[in-house]
Design a protein around this ligand. Sequence first.
Ligand SMILES: Nc1ncnc2c1ncn2[C@@H]1O[C@H](COP(=O)(O)OP(=O)(O)OP(=O)(O)O)[C@@H](O)[C@H]1O
Ligand SMILES: [Mg+2]
Length: 300
Amino acid sequence: MARNKFPVHTTLSSDAVKILERYEKELGAKNLVLEKALMSLDSSKFKSKIDTKNIDKAIKRVNTGVVGLDDMLEGGIPEGFTVVVTGPPGTGKTTLCMQFLMEGIKNDEKCLFFSFEERIQQLIQHFMRFGWDIGKHIDDGYLEVFGMSMLSFEEIGEIIESYKPRRVVFDSLNMFTDPAEFRKSLEWRTLHKMLKSKNITSFFVTEKEFGIETKSYDTYDFLGDGIIFLDKMQANEVDANLTPVMAVQKMRATRVDTSPQPFRFTDKGISKYRTVNLTASKLQERMNMRQNSSSNEPGY
Ligand SMILES: Nc1ncnc2c1ncn2[C@@H]1O[C@H](COP(=O)(O)OP(=O)(O)OP(=O)(O)O)[C@@H](O)[C@H]1O
Ligand SMILES: [Mg+2]
């Protein structure tokens, strides 16, 4: 019998032994090269041990703070997710991100906001309009805002390490090198790994040169566990006013409806104001119809 003819491979797993036995039987001799290859594949140092018994089945979700958005996400964003907040210029990306931090602060979570393009004074003035007292939260130790940040990724990592935030925003990634280079960079991978290991929920702003209806993606879209796309759409052909819309284009571990939903800026931030179960083009069609009809249907 083959088993008696060749040595017992005690360092290999039973699956690996089966493979080795089969080949040794066919070759009629012990195969050292194959054995070595199987041993290295089998080595536990290449495996990350997963304790399947203790994996928490219920995904903990964090509220976004945006009225209506959590409902589009089965209650919120899975804790520890990296979310790309994207869209063309002036569509509310920075506002949504700060609102997400304000929600964290309400729950006594420490938050960090890294802005690479705006001065802190400008950000504070912008957010005061929504009643968010950034200065107070900073004084209370729940928020740090880095305006016009020139920090390196290493320094950002050190700040996260010492501040211990639960939520972090980066606004925006387009300040860095070419997206493909950025994605591959050791700096990004190190930071991403750190955020994941600490289970920090983070929002990364990226900029789009195209609107929501364009079926196109950029490299940044592949970085995250989720994508929230903000845009503005023309309500009808004659009226040049644009309606802000948000769409959850992707959220891992979550059932999402990807259709764009209208939202508005209020004195407390942004909020979705009605669910429409339509695609972007249908939404526009519907808006056009409403504009031209005299029906009493309530507005969006
Ligand atoms: N109260 C408001 N009502 C309507 N629109 C508002 C209000 N406050 C701000 N906005 C609009 O929000 C936009 C700016 O929001 P925000 O800075 O969050 O957008 P952004 O997508 O981050 O922009 P950018 O691409 O310049 O970084 C502007 O276009 C502004 O007109
Ligand atoms: Mg912005």
